[in-house]
Design a protein around this ligand. Structure first.
Ligand SMILES: [Cu+2]
Length: 323
């Protein structure tokens, strides 16, 4: 109970558009708050007038005369048209400049820093300049002007990390772009924000924003081929992985598994969570997932296999070495 309340508070207070941590999110947040202030003042004014008029013009006991009738008031009319018109012009200008700052055009031929591909129900993450592929946990450097290319492998998904700024749809056969200048290191969570099928709710996002040094170290570590197993159980696990169905859906760099139907597993053991945050990444949970994927994440595009305990244990042992 305590944990769930803490988690809830964390989401609404910290992981919120009101706590922006990127240049783009700050711009949008400023505009959002201008709108909030204008709408708030309007609400207060209307409430005040309703109460004030009710009291001031209340019918007095015994007084049955018609109230004084008035028609037309040029001054009030001018204010009622003038002020909203000015507000409209001002907000139009603010919206345009915000849009330009957040979504400026992408120069032709510019290579993206990271390519995010939405899959039912996970995120593929490519760093084309560094030749690194990973999944679900998105490491990004702080203080860089990043260009993110957004793609989809199946249906429409939508990327949204509230603290980092605007949403972007991931549409099949179309490349969309998102600029991102993160200004504070930390973990940021988000979620797919376009209903995309059975496990849409478990298509969460985790961005790990690091300073340049940590990010470069992470990149260097993740550009390496997967660890080659040396003990006999892990060797058995790797053989099952490569010869049974696993390799036809997953990629482990440096082996014969090269598919991207499922998440890249080259450095799986260095990730904190499994299945976009559904559970902690440890051997017990890996065991649960590989023995019965359909019980853990019903509908996920990974079938239940009928493996013996020992077989699953060998695979889990192998995967847990892939730092
Ligand atoms: Cu989705």
């Amino acid at each position: 109970m305590f944990i769930s309340i803490a988690y809830f508070l964390q989401i609404i207070l910290l992981q919120s558009v009101e706590n922006p941590t990127s240049y783009q999110a700050e711009k949008i947040n400023k505009l959002f708050n201008y709108f909030n202030i204008a709408a708030g003042c309007m609400l207060l004014l209307v409430c005040f007038l309703v109460i004030f008029i009710c009291i001031k013009f209340k019918e007095k006991k015994g007084d049955e005369r018609e109230p004084k009738q008035t028609t037309g008031n040029k001054k009030v009319e001018a204010l009622m048209i003038g002020i909203p018109a000015l507000l409209l012009v001002w907000f139009f200008y603010q919206s345009l400049t915000t849009m330009h700052a957040v979504a400026s055009p992408v120069p032709a031929g510019k290579e993206p820093d990271v390519i995010i591909t939405g899959h039912q129900w996970w995120w593929e993450v490519d760093y084309p300049k560094a030749n690194v592929v990973t999944a679900n946990e998105v490491h990004l450097p702080v203080g860089k002007h990043l260009l993110m290319e957004m793609r989809s492998a199946d249906v429409i998904h939508d990327w949204w990390v509230p603290q980092l700024g605007n949403k972007m749809d991931l549409v099949p056969k179309i490349n969309n772009y998102l600029w991102l200048d993160i200004n504070k290191a930390g973990n940021y969570i988000g979620a797919c924000s376009e209903f995309c099928g059975a496990q849409h709710a478990w298509m969460r996002i985790k961005v790990i924003a690091e300073n340049e040094n940590d990010f470069q170290n992470w990149l260097a570590q993740n550009s390496k081929d997967a660890v080659v197993p040396t003990d006999s159980v892990a060797i058995k696990g790797s053989q099952i992985f490569e010869t049974q169905t696993c390799a036809s859906c997953h990629r482990i760099q440096g082996t014969t598994a090269t598919s991207n139907v499922g998440p890249d597993l080259t450095h799986l053991a260095s990730r904190q969570e499994l299945l976009t945050g559904l559970m902690k990444n440890n051997e017990e949970n890996l065991y649960k997932w590989i023995s019965h994927p359909q019980q853990v994440k019903p509908g996920a595009h990974m079938p239940d296999f009928k493996y013996e305990k020992d077989t699953v244990n060998a695979i889990v042992h192998y995967l847990s070495l892939l730092k």
